[in-house]
Design a protein around this ligand. Structure first.
Ligand code: SAM
Ligand code: SF4
Length: 355
């Protein structure tokens, strides 16, 4: 006969739950056997820049407060996803730092049990004064978007005179020893003359500069006429100037092909975001500012977490819905794009996708 005390029964239940999470953690894979352990969470669609490749000059049709996920809803979703196996969360947008009280949210996320890494992608306009606090809450790495080192070209690409603030953010990040990856989108006729100067930044600075292929997600800001600068052309341009650059070994889930130029303190990388060469090991999912789960950058969204939460879903309901979403993932971005074009035209902005 079993004579267990209430405490023993509770601890048995906890062990069972932990075991369940452990099983789920190891089983958090998609229908193609790819591990899912990385969430990119877009906390807003709003932005204080108007990057040519991301949104039109007049901005987007911004989401209303009611349409946005609340911080509580995001925190609950993140906590559940971390219990299910997500190990890394990147906060993005829109521009994360334009959302009110973002530091409180980041602080709460930073202590989520089981979360190994919290990172941020920012345009750096409002970030510099917050760097000490970011360091304090344990942010070890920040992706800073910077497409040019020329203040006039910065204005022509972003339509805002904020170059000095972005450079100040870079300085503060370096000063506080936060790892910096610079993201530069390469655009024909706009900033290809910046490729070499950006590479040269890695000579003295211990940063990684990554060149990104332009994708057709510009919120109808301009007509995407096809990719002019793919990763091969970008690499050729760099190799022409630095014939002795070495290929580095890329980590398993890396979206960039990485290189090092002898004598330089930093590295460079190219991200084939349009050519989609990295889908075979894709470990990431996205949640958009309005709570849509995307299991591929190029899909149209597979379920709305915010709607489920507001409809009274329990954690168990949410978990089942998420698992169903993960078990239906397209094989690659080409398949996702083909599926979505049956239903929706692809006129999104990266600011509403969570780039
Ligand atoms: N506002 C923040 C920033 O710019 O870093 C975070 C959001 S932004 C959408 C995230 C990243 O997406 C940026 O590095 C940006 O350069 C990139 N991005 C935006 N639109 C893109 C496009 N059409 N093609 C390629 N990358 C794009
Ligand atoms: Fe704003 Fe980032 Fe889009 Fe530029 S890329 S408009 S900074 S959201």
């Amino acid at each position: 006969m079993c004579n267990k005390t209430t405490f023993e029964k509770h601890s048995d239940a906890l062990k069972y739950l932990n075991l369940q999470f452990l099983i789920l953690k190891t089983l958090l894979t998609d229908n193609h056997g790819r591990k899912i352990n990385y969430l990119r969470l877009a906390v807003t669609d709003r932005c204080n820049l108007r990057c040519f490749y991301c949104m039109p000059e007049e901005g987007l049709n911004w989401l209303s407060r009611k349409e946005l996920m609340t911080y509580e809803e995001m925190l609950r979703s993140c906590a559940l996803l971390v219990r299910m196996g997500i190990e890394k969360i990147r906060i993005t947008g829109g521009e994360p730092f334009v959302r009110k009280d973002i530091m409180q949210f980041l602080t709460a996320l930073s202590v989520l049990p089981g979360l190994n890494e919290l990172t941020i992608t920012t345009n750096g306009v409002l970030t510099a004064p917050l760097v000490p606090e970011l360091k304090k809450i344990g942010i070890r790495s920040v992706n800073l978007s910077l497409d040019t080192l020329d203040a006039n070209r910065f204005f022509s690409i972003t339509k805002r005179d904020e170059f000095a603030n972005v450079m100040e953010t870079l300085e503060q990040l370096l000063k506080h020893k936060i790892e910096v990856k610079i993201n530069a989108v390469v655009m024909d006729g706009k900033n290809t003359q910046d490729i070499i100067p950006l590479v040269e930044l890695t000579k003295e600075l211990p940063i990684s500069v990554r060149f990104i292929e332009e994708m057709p997600f510009n919120g109808d800001g301009h007509i995407y006429t096809g990719l002019q600068w793919d990763y091969v052309r970008i690499l050729d341009e760099i190799r022409h100037r630095y014939p002795d650059m070495n290929k580095l070994t890329d980590s398993l889930y890396s979206t960039s092909y990485n290189y090092h130029i002898p004598g330089h303190k930093g590295d460079i990388g190219v991200i084939a975001a349009y050519s989609r060469t990295f889908c075979g090991t894709c470990n990431r999912i996205r949640i958009t500012p309005q709570g849509e789960l995307k299991t591929c950058l190029y899909d149209a969204g597979v379920l709305n977490i915010k709607d489920l939460i507001r409809g009274g879903a329990t954690d168990n309901d949410l978990q089942n819905a998420l698992l169903k979403g993960f078990s239906n993932r397209p094989k690659d971005g080409w398949e996702a794009e083909k599926n979505r074009s049956k239903n929706l035209p692809a006129h999104e902005s990266m600011a509403t996708i969570g780039g």
